[in-house]
Design a binder for this molecule. Structure first.
Ligand code: C2E
Ligand code: CA
Ligand code: CA
Length: 766
């Protein structure tokens, strides 16, 4: 008997050590409490082992001390464990301290027991023919028992309270420990009451420790998990279908039933799924898919028969057991219509202009790139459409009407393009169109899209649109460059109110680049004297040089000799002509001042661009230069053209009068090449008229005679009006003699000399 218990207690100690070791390593928060619980239980078991094993009074007494103090630590550990397990340590701190103190007192009284024997004494009895020391309990021992029982009862109360207040599903977790606690309490009581020498309830205590160890660290409340999973699956909005290993449907949640209109059992689920979502790899284990269902045709869910689209996200997963063996599978189907529509709306907003609902520039470019990739053999036009003076529409009629116009134009562009091509709003009042060459009906575009009246009922406005068209010949070119080219084509359209559509050709781009190139270079050129006058002699009827016209030349360091036609029109367009002209006038005055010093009385004619008048006070500028160089104004002849008179003629006449009053000679250049009106001639306060032979050169030989008759009469008329006549562009002796005999007094042209560098002129004539 003694041996049996010795073995049992040794085994228990080994098991408890093992549990202590494992729980020490546990990362769970309860791990520490479990460790203390199992470790503390080793002590009383060990005490009992000594008691049973020894026949020596001292050893037995030591065994009893270890046993009782071990019990104190064991009940303390139970307390600590209960607080932790039930997660209430923070709420009952005071109780916890009270218990500590009671246990502490108990330990103290055991220290005094060897002297006062107030707790217990031992007395030898014979068990199994061997001496065994049994216990005589005194009041100190009673205190010990009260403390231990008290603590056990508190622990029982804690678990009991927890069971009552927790959801049903957690009862199991607490009930197991509670029952075990009650069980060991009763067993211990039985031991005390029955006075059996060996405390067998130690087995119960050890078993409790192992149970607590297992429940705290390893037990997974399967029923709890099951319940949680079932609740989750039932509460989710996703339709869920579970299948067993043989692909029979075993369970469907409520949304799953509704989605398939299921009544009764689940047998029809696979067929219904197939019906609804079509053929898929239904039997494969893991997959996901997105599906659109148009409820127009499905299950009469949509009695109005309108198109109601729903989007679903389907997922299939297999279910495996712990060993990784497949035990079934499930399909979940989520209705993602809302998210999908939001996404589509977002995508729409990102790709469409909010005002006109047309594609945005970026999206148009992207679509056109795709179009080019998909149809590499097709030819396309890229069209850049711009509303003329749209700013005025906004300024005069307000933004609201402006928006109305834009929307209106968007609608006509769309009706022109239809599904033949694609179109979008580029920015502001510009639109872009990409259309296959064979689909582009130029006539219809011009008729519908380039000039029309827009009316919103109250305001009516005539709109003019210009289109620049680029035929894509280099598909790899960036789309934005294609539109740049279309825009270049558009920029060549002058306000002639006849041309609405311009096609890009390569020269346009070169012109554009050239324009940019020389515009950038101009400032440098002026500074470094790359812009110089050439002089073309002007002769009288005796062919004697009396003066010269200063004609601009650009000696460009990279591009070489540049004649005026290469840059004058460009600078006239961008206003930089004023800088060039000022430079030329200054150069002319410099020459005149030099010549004056050497006593040569040649005059120089300078050219004034009509645009100069927009940028400066031409008279003041020229006056200032001549004064600075101290030049007789008579020597500087002012060449103006009739186009100068096109705007604000009266004011321009005043300027001319100013010049004449200031002593300058004013010449009317290029007479006969433009829109000269004879009527104007009578009012024009000029001294000299330059008749351009260029227009005669364009005349066919048969008409030459008639042309000469006209020249003849013009010269006669000029003479009668008291105006000096000069013919320029004289190339042959015959012309000279004819003109001379007609009464023309001055001549200029290749026949006498081409324009030449100043140095050459000076060497020849000075
Ligand atoms: P323009 O004022 O009518 O100048 C006469 C042009 O006719 C010059 O061309 C001259 O070289 C050319 N010419 C002279 N005789 C003959 C001839 O017998 N046959 C032919 N075929 N042509 C002849 P250029 O120098 O190329 O000048 C062209 C135009 O450039 C000028 O026409 C003038 O409008 C403008 N221009 C030249 N220099 C200036 C300048 O300094 N300022 C401004 N604003 N314009 C200038
Ligand atoms: Ca001229
Ligand atoms: Ca001329």
């Amino acid at each position: 008997m003694r041996l049996t218990y010795t073995i049992i207690f040794v085994v228990l100690i080994v098991i408890l050590f093992n549990c202590a070791f494992v729980s020490r390593k546990s990362t769970k928060s309860i791990g520490n409490a479990v460790f203390w619980l199992v470790t503390s239980f080793i002590i009383p078991v060990f005490g009992n082992l000594i008691i049973i094993f020894s026949s020596n009074k001292l050893l037995s007494t030591i065994g009893y001390y270890i046993y009782f103090i071990g019990m104190d630590s064991a009940v303390m550990a139970i307390m600590y464990y209960s607080f932790k397990y039930c997660n209430i340590e923070r709420r009952f701190k005071k109780v916890y301290y009270l218990i500590h103190s009671l246990v502490f007192i108990d330990c103290i009284q055991y220290i005094f027991n060897p002297f006062f024997h107030q707790a217990f004494t031992t007395e030898p009895i014979t068990v199994d023919n061997r001496i065994y020391y049994s216990l005589n309990a005194f009041p100190g021992q009673t205190y010990h028992r009260i403390v231990c029982y008290g603590i056990l009862l508190v622990a029982i109360a804690i678990f009991f309270m927890k069971i009552v207040t927790s959801p049903k599903i957690y009862v199991e977790k607490y009930a197991v420990i509670l029952i075990a606690l009650i069980f060991i309490t009763l067993w211990e009581t039985y031991y005390i009451v029955s006075k059996i020498p060996v405390d067998r309830s130690m087995i119960g205590f050890a078993a409790f420790a192992v149970l607590a160890f297992y429940f705290s660290l390893y037990y997974r409340p399967m029923r709890l998990l099951d319940q949680m999973l079932v609740n989750m699956v039932s509460n989710t909005k996703d339709a869920i279908y579970f299948f067993d290993k043989n692909r029979n449907c075993v369970w469907v949640n409520e949304p799953g039933r509704l989605l398939l209109d299921l009544v009764g059992d689940f047998e029809s689920v696979p067929a219904r799924l197939r019906d609804m979502f079509g053929e898929k790899e239904w039997s494969a284990d893991e997959w996901c898919a997105k599906e659109v269902i148009d409820y127009k045709n499905i299950y009469d869910k949509n009695p109005e028969n309108t198109s109601v689209k729903k989007y679903y996200y389907l997922e299939k997963h297999k279910v495996e057991d712990d060993r990784g063996e497949k035990i079934g599978s499930f399909i979940s189907i989520r209705d993602i219509t809302k998210e999908q529509l939001a996404l589509e709306k977002e995508r729409y907003n990102a790709t469409h202009d909010s005002l006109t609902e047309m594609y945005t520039k970026e999206y148009l470019f992207q679509l056109f790139r795709n179009m080019l990739n998909e149809n590499p053999d097709r030819e396309y036009y890229v069209i850049y459409a711009n509303i003329n003076d749209f700013k005025i529409v906004n300024d005069i009629f307000g933004n609201e009407f402006g928006d109305f116009v834009l929307k209106y134009i968007a609608s006509i562009i769309q009706s022109q393009v239809q599904d033949k091509g694609i179109c979008g709003r580029l920015v502001g009042d510009t639109f872009g169109i990409c259309i296959p060459v064979d689909e582009f009906d130029e006539e219809s575009f011009e008729k519908e899209l380039t000039h029309f009246t827009v009316s919103d009922g109250t305001v009516e406005h005539y709109i003019l649109m210009h289109l620049g068209v680029y035929k894509v010949n280099k598909k790899e070119l960036e789309i934005s460059y294609m539109f740049d080219r279309a825009r270049i084509a558009l920029s060549t359209i002058k306000n002639d109110y006849k041309t609405y559509i311009a096609f890009y050709d390569h020269k346009m781009r070169e012109d554009m680049l050239w324009e940019q190139h020389i515009t950038t270079d101009l400032a440098e050129a002026l500074k470094n004297n790359q812009i110089v006058p050439f002089l073309q002699p002007i002769v009288n009827s005796q062919q004697k040089v009396v003066g010269a016209e200063a004609l601009v030349r650009w000696l460009h360091p990279e591009d070489g000799f540049l004649a005026p036609y290469r840059f004058i029109p460009i600078f006239e367009k961008n206003g930089m002509i004023a800088e060039v002209d000022k430079h030329m006038w200054e150069a002319a005055c410099q020459l005149l001042s030099k010549w004056k010093k050497s006593g040569k009385e040649f005059f120089i004619s300078i050219n004034i661009s009509p645009k100069d008048f927009y940028f400066m006070n031409v008279y003041e500028v020229i006056k200032e230069i001549t004064t600075r160089y101290d030049i007789d104004p008579k020597m500087l002849r002012i060449e103006i053209t009739e186009t100068m008179m096109m705007n604000d003629a009266e004011k321009r006449f005043d300027i001319i009068r100013h010049f004449r009053e200031g002593g300058f000679t004013v010449e009317m250049d290029d007479f006969g090449s433009g829109y000269s009106s004879l009527n104007m001639l009578k009012d024009m306060p000029v001294d000299l008229i330059k008749i351009d032979m260029a227009f005669l050169r364009k005349t066919k030989d048969s008409k030459m005679e008639k042309a000469m008759v006209i020249v003849h009469h013009v010269i006669r008329m000029l003479n009668e009006l008291g105006l000096v006549s000069l013919t320029e562009g004289v190339e042959e002796e015959k012309q000279f003699s004819q003109l001379s005999s007609m009464g023309c007094s001055l001549f200029q042209g290749y026949y006498f000399s081409k324009p030449m560098p100043v140095k050459e002129f000076e060497d020849k004539y000075l």
